[in-house]
Design a protein around this ligand. Sequence first.
Ligand code: FAD
Length: 310
Amino acid sequence: MRFDLDEKLAGILPEDSIIKNEDMSRHTTFRTGGPADYFIKISSDEELVSILNLLKEMKMKPKEDYYVLGNGSNLLVSDAGFRGVVLSLCGDFSKCSMTGDNHIKAGAAALNVAVANLARDNELTGFEFAHGIPGSIGGALVMNAGAYGGEMKQVVRSVYAFDENASLRKLDLDELEFGYRTSIFKKKNYVITGCDIELKKGKKNEIESLMNELKEKRISKQPLEYPSAGSTFKRPEGYFAGKLIEDAGLRGYSVGGAQVSEKHCGFVINKGNATSEDVYRLISDIQEKVFKSSGVKLSPEVILLGDFEK
Ligand code: FAD
């Protein structure tokens, strides 16, 4: 079957878009994770449709046999890697442009920072919150990414995505089921290709200074000097994960090369030589110890890909 797949992929994509045994530590901000059997770069709607049709024809299942990667900033890939196909959008999907006075069309692979800069250059306010979130628009839509009072829900008007039958759908805001770090895309196996964003007219210098202010806040509070996936856990209602972890005496607690950041207890960091197993075991330890000390169950915001020992 793999031989079949090789041949069929080669009939759809250019040779340099198909990489075998790609080390996923190169594609995650944790800088950990083993090889994906196939890592394929898809640069247009046409290529994506052909790939989705092929995956369907080969009875390959989303999440089990293939996986859509964003910028890998919320992802922990197992050390054994992924026995399937990782789809990485690029090319046309990385573009973002103005589509009206205060509208932006952003491709799923465009980075938040690029969209935030485009908004600033066109004197549009409302996207400053996402400037420092190190992911793609696709990942931000799935997660309803947010920070400092802003979230995708406030600015997105519609999303374009292909379903498992390779049919293009347009979903409007009221269909997106945005909630705290969730959206309809957590349930549906769609491949998001882009979205329409609506912002408000603002002043360039004010937009710029808000971005700088938020950047300074991140630099002073977050351990950005180490690989991580940002906040490891979701905020439990009525609590702050970082405070619960600190109160459980876990500041600086480590498993192998993974550590609870000394600077911000809500972040699990890779001190340099962590494996994904270290990160996973540390996450489990934190959950257990925080539950013992506070009775609160922390649930990870970080998404797992591949096999992890329970
Ligand atoms: P990935 O991590 O690659 O993927 C996330 C999920 O989205 C996966 O399920 C993936 O399959 C899916 N996905 C990605 N693209 C597509 C697509 N095109 N179609 C379908 N599914 C897709 N998050 C916040 O919300 N707020 C913050 O302030 C914040 N700060 C952070 C700071 C640091 C230093 C780091 C490392 C992370 C931070 N994060 C934050 C977490 C992370 O950046 C966000 O969750 C981000 O939205 C993930 O986007 P991504 O492109 O990296 O997605």
